[in-house]
Design a binder for this molecule. Structure first.
Ligand code: IPM
Ligand code: MN
Length: 376
């Protein structure tokens, strides 16, 4: 039993924080008795500037032989916005069919929230963001560009298949949590086509397959207001891609900011451990696809890169998420426990930052890494 991991450190502070996540991985793997094989891959803005290529189809295909992907951060001041986002991050999400973006919004002990009077009891939710459809498909175009008659369109896509698998996954998460409450966030009063597909699918799947889970619906604008005023009304949220992008930044902010936000891009139908050699439908899900990818939500912070200043807690917590989720997919209890163990150590570390800003704590990257190792 072992973990075959692809590591993409990426740009800026990405490689530094990832290095701390890997040290934590080494420690928990040893404690829980499984092996780890890591393969470092160069994809990044730096790599693009050197080679002219972000990542090729063959290189993405080669990722399918891994159990999981651990990503630091991509983003380079000399690379035009959009190139790495579409060419690397979104390409991996789409080509590997990572159809769930899992973003826990949980206020850890000692972490400062901008919401007065809110404590870890009130801020504890999981956002399940659809990750392969919606405005992110990139369908659309521009005609008569640069003329007064310019016309541009960008289409919102919702497929029954895509919505159904996302909603089903969200119900499953909600069912395992004590409150058993799932809230759909959309804008059905204006987006009457895509919203209708989501609303009906949500209620049909909920009623027929998850009668024990309570359902609620909120418009996305109201959701933003409630997240800032009464976040305790949320437990599990399911949301389409674009709205999910927005509300999870708000979620990260109320839970202490980007310094601590972890995320997973999941393909729950992928069975890790298969040999590569092209998608095998059925075993890899209807769309083929590949392994899940885990990353801190924060960017590459080029201003402090290489100075041992970046806080690695979000990267370390993303490693914890990687282990629990990959362990679940591989049906490997030791790996799940290793992830929970590591997450518990992160939650023991956060009180040491009480009264400090996570991104300006005064601790170096390696000091925070060592702190987590000591707390394991
Ligand atoms: C995120 C990011 C990405 C997104 C960008 C970088 C393409 O904002 O992971 O939330 O919009 O999904
Ligand atoms: Mn985002």
């Amino acid at each position: 039993m072992s973990l075959n991991l692809a590591v993409i450190g990426g740009d800026g502070t990405g490689p530094e924080v990832v290095a701390q996540g890997l040290l934590a991985l080494e420690a928990v793997a040893k404690a829980h008795g499984f092996g780890v094989k890591t393969t470092q891959l160069p994809y990044s803005g730096e790599h693009y500037l050197k080679t002219g290529s972000v990542i090729t189809d063959e290189e993405v295909e080669a990722l399918k032989k891994f159990d999981a992907i651990y990503l630091g951060a991509v983003g380079h001041p000399k690379v035009k916005p959009g190139i790495l986002e579409r060419g690397l991050l979104l390409k991996m999400r789409f080509d590997l069919d990572q159809y769930i973006n899992l973003r826990p919004v949980k206020l850890y002990p000692g972490v400062e929230t901008p919401l007065r009077d809110k404590t870890p009891v009130e801020i504890d939710m999981v956002v399940v963001r659809e990750n392969t459809e919606d405005l992110y498909c990139g369908n659309g175009g521009i005609a008569r560009k640069g003329t007064p008659h310019e016309i541009s369109t960008q289409e919102m896509i919702a497929t029954r298949f895509g919505v159904e698998r996302c909603v089903r996954y969200a119900f499953e998460i909600a069912r395992t949590r004590p409150r058993k409450l799932l809230t759909l966030v959309h804008k059905t009063n204006v987006l009457t086509y895509c919203g209708d597909t989501w609303y009906r699918t949500f209620n049909e799947i909920g009623e027929s397959e998850f009668p024990g889970v309570k359902r609620e619906y909120h418009h996305v604008d109201a959701c933003c207001m409630y997240m800032a005023t009464k976040p305790e009304i949320y437990d599990t949220i399911v949301v389409p891609n674009m709205f999910g992008d927005i509300i999870t930044d708000l979620g990260a902010a109320i839970a202490g900011g980007m310094g601590i936000a972890a995320s997973g891009n999941l393909n729950p139908s992928f069975e890790p451990g298969e040999s590569s050699g092209g998608p095998t439908p059925g075993r890899r899900g209807l769309c083929g696809g590949g392994p899940s990818m885990f990353e801190p939500v924060h960017g590459s912070s080029p201003d402090i890169a290489g100075q041992n200043k970046a806080n690695p807690l979000a990267a370390i917590d993303s490693m914890a998420l990687l282990l629990t989720e990959t362990g679940r997919l591989k049906k490997d209890t030791a790996m799940v426990q290793a992830g929970e163990h590591l997450n518990a150590a992160v939650m023991k570390a956060t009180p040491r930052f009480a009264g400090k800003k996570l991104d300006r704590s005064g601790y170096t990257t390696s000091e925070v890494g060592k702190m987590v190792l000591d707390l394991l």
